[in-house]
Design a binder for this molecule. Sequence first.
Ligand code: CS2
Ligand code: MG
Length: 395
Amino acid sequence: MKIIQVKTILTCPNQNYLFVKILTDSGIYGVGDASLNGREKAVADLIDTYLSPLLTGRDPEQIEDFWQLVYRGSYWRGGNIIMSALCGIDMALWDILGKSAGKPLYALLGGKVRSKVLCYSHVLGGTQEEKIAQAAEYVQKHGLKVIRLRAGLPAANGTFGVTQSQGGPKTEPWNPEQEIEGTVEYFIRIREAVGKQVGIIYDLHERFSPDQAVRVLRKLEGYDPFFIEDPVAPDCVGSLRYVREKTVVPLAFGELYKSRWECLPAITGRWIDFLRCDVIRVGGVTEARKIAALAETYDIKMAWHGPNDVSPITHAVNWHLNVSEYNFGIQEDGATDGLIRQVVSGGPVYQNGYLVMENRPGIGCDIDEEAAARYPFCKAYIPICRQEDDSLHNW
Ligand code: CS2
Ligand code: MG
């Protein structure tokens, strides 16, 4: 079998996505997700200009060799643009392998060790009262066992990108002292509303400095968080260790890591309980399974990043990893309903607190290219944060 064409598909069904479709001379094709919120075109150009010519004429089964060719062979290793491009291709190659073997991706990864995937969803709401009502409804009506709250403005419409082209990023305010108080009060109110049996995750979204994060975490210790996500930013590696040494709250980290080497200090130092890498950011299935194996070696559970800004293709890949990896923890289930469903079919489905998926060869998703063309790319930025003195802060 030989690769005859590599297509990039840039589309904006309410949110920009970048897909890769790899066609072979056997008629089998594979699909992958290379979306990088706010930088989609840069990734598409890398694939179209540099990577597609390297793929054409190759045997699609040589997945590891292609991964190494892009990672090491370009000399300039890694980074978000390269790894996202590599991921879109890597997913599509695994999809081809599964389809040609007539097996779902999880079977290629060693087979199922569980039948369904525990998941959590985001409490969005508007006012705090609305959020509390929404959390209670998630649990009582929809059977969610774990819910997720978030620091700052919630991931509501427009926060993640886009319904129309933007001239520049939207600015949100950030006041750390108010946020420390607000975070703790909000968590306690939600705990009272949903009861003791429900897991509560709080994504601090890299917003707090190490000392502020410790203040928040210590105050939350008595309220049993399932885990606290990204209490600090990843730039200063030692900050996570500083926080870890001062609290007993379970910690989750990793959505900004771009390789297994970046994960190493947190894994080997046991600074975290859940590793939350993003399959797209780390370069696809090939790297994801190595990262999961490394984490398993150190008794750390996986909680793959699954936000609203990745497509059902990535949610499906997460699902295949989750059912086949021993050290599964939980899966983030960012909403994938809405217009994207016109473009991508397949992917996991929510059922009473878990995600389930039909048995199909490969990843189990397909792209409707005509539907994608109906929603053209729309330039948009991730928002930014500014403090009261106008200084820029992590969003
Ligand atoms: C968030 C992400 O889901 C999460 O945990 O941190 O939604 C993140 O804000 C987005 O992926 C940014 O595009
Ligand atoms: Mg997060």
